[in-house]
Structure formats: C-alpha cells, structure tokens
Design a protein around this ligand. Structure first.
Ligand code: G1P
Length: 259
C-alpha cells in the first residue's frame, strides 16, 4: 500500500506496574504472547502497514533491551529518544516532534494489539487518505470501564467513523460523554504538537495526550474510527492472559485448554 505516512511513534517508557512482579524483571513490551515479545506485534503491524521509521520513546533502563530490534526488523529505520522523567503520554509523544519534522504520523501504544487481516494502522491510514485530518482509534466499552480510558465525545457518524468534539481522560463513569474509548492507535497531523506544547498537567499530574486531542478536536478536526478486529489490552494481567489464550488457541488449536 503506498501512502504518505512514513513515521510511527511508540512510547515504551512506562513502568508496567500493573504487571508486577513480571515487569520488575522484564519490560512489559518484552513479555511474550506465545513465544513472541509483545513489541514484535507492534513492529510487525508497522511493517505490514508500509511504515518506514519507528521512533521509540524509551527510558534509560529499557535501552539495552531495545538494541536488537533493528536486526529483527531490518525494513524499519529506528530512532530512540529518551524520556528522562515520567511526565505522561502527551509528554512522551511531544518528544518526537523534531524527528517527525512536520509530517503526519502514527502513534501506537504497545499495550494495545489487534488481530485482523487489515492492521489497525492500515485502517487509520485509509481514513486519513480521504480526510487528510487526524483520526484515532475507538472501541466500545461498558460504562463501568470508562474510568480506565480516554473517552470520546462524538457527534455525527459516517459508518464506524465519528467526528470528535471533545475527549475526556479517564472520567468517572457517570461523567463519561459516550461509550467510545480511545484505543492505542492514533494518526495525527503535525498540528498535534502545538496542542501538546500548550497542554498543562492533567489527570495523575501528567501531560495527557487526550487533553491535546481535546483541543485539536475543538480547533481543527479529529475523527474516531471504531476498529475492526479482535482487540487486546495487554497492559493488565487479565488482558495479557486473554491474549495468550487467544493467540495460543489460534496457533495450536483449542485442545490446549483441555485441562
Ligand atoms: C492510555 C491513554 C488513554 C487510552 C489508553 C488506551 O491510558 O491515556 O486515553 O484510552 O491508553 O489503551 P493507559 O492505558 O496508559 O493508562
């Protein structure tokens, strides 16, 4: 597929506290799903979607783990940028501004993986090719789960794609503006950076990407695309177990759960 999106930002500086004690020993991006480190799913997605450059926002502790990735994914050019303080997802993405250099770019959160013939990145790129505007991924969640996600406030819908008029990071379920949560795939025009620069600390005292998306939606255009495919959040123990079961059964058949 030929398209103009070449670069992807992958924030990998997080501590993975929800997966302790495993992540005290191994960064969460390297916890295996089957025999494959989970970050490989993200980098395979990029390769399949025709991306050329991966910009990893790392912490100093993770650097050595990441060194072998260029050998495993030779078609991608890698950049490593260190996030020196844990100031949040918005801060992490903001650190890529120089390398992104005015282009439209993807952001992939490695906690979130999708199994579908058409990758999540490709699904976003197809919308972007029509609109030339920012578009990010959505999934429907139960009301009680709203406080674990950024939640979209949406208006008009064109099929699975909705115009966003606001975003709230991790609202109380009673205050959630919809049941559409942000899933960790985003395609931004470089306009997002000026909103990130103007975003002050929000939820948890961190610079939230969702807050910058809120002002982007208000002043420019943001669409939310409900993704097709099987979605997994592997940043929590249940989600990691679910992904291992799903991909395990896919690979070896359901006899593996005949305990
Ligand atoms: C992050 C974002 C949130 C988004 C979620 C998707 O939260 O801040 O808006 O809904 O990823 O996985 P985290 O899961 O890092 O707490």
């Amino acid at each position: 597929m030929t398209h103009s999106v070449q670069k992807a930002v992958i924030p990998v500086a997080g501590l993975g506290k929800r997966l302790w004690p495993a992540t005290k020993i191994l960064p969460k991006e390297f916890l295996p799903i089957g025999t494959k480190p989970s970050i490989y799913f993200i980098l395979e997605e990029l390769t399949q979607a025709g991306l050329k450059e991966a910009i990893l926002i790392t912490s100093s502790e993770k650097k050595s783990y990441l060194e072998h990735l260029p050998d495993v994914f030779p078609s991608l050019q890698f950049h490593f940028v260190e996030q020196k303080e844990p100031l949040g997802l918005g801060h992490a993405v903001g650190l890529s501004e120089k390398i992104v250099a005015g282009e439209s770019f993807l952001v992939l959160l490695p906690d979130d993986i999708v199994d579908h013939t058409k990758t999540a990145s490709t699904q976003l790129i197809e919308i972007f090719q029509k609109t030339k505007k920012s578009v990010s991924a959505a999934k429907k969640v139960a009301k009680a789960e709203a406080s674990a996600y950024g939640i979209y406030d949406v208006t008009s819908a064109q099929g699975k794609c909705r115009r966003v008029q606001g975003v709230v990071e991790k609202p109380h379920p009673d205050e959630a503006p919809s049941n559409l949560a942000i899933f960790g795939r985003y395609l931004f025009t470089s306009n997002i950076f000026k909103h990130l620069q103007n975003t002050s600390k929000g939820r948890n005292g961190e610079i939230q990407l969702a807050d910058a998306m809120h002002t982007l939606a208000k002043t420019d255009q943001l669409d939310a695309l409900e993704l097709e495919g099987k979605l997994f959040d592997i940043g929590n123990p249940e989600g990691l177990a679910r992904a291992n079961l799903y991909f395990g059964i896919k690979e070896y058949g359901d006899s593996i759960i005949d305990l």
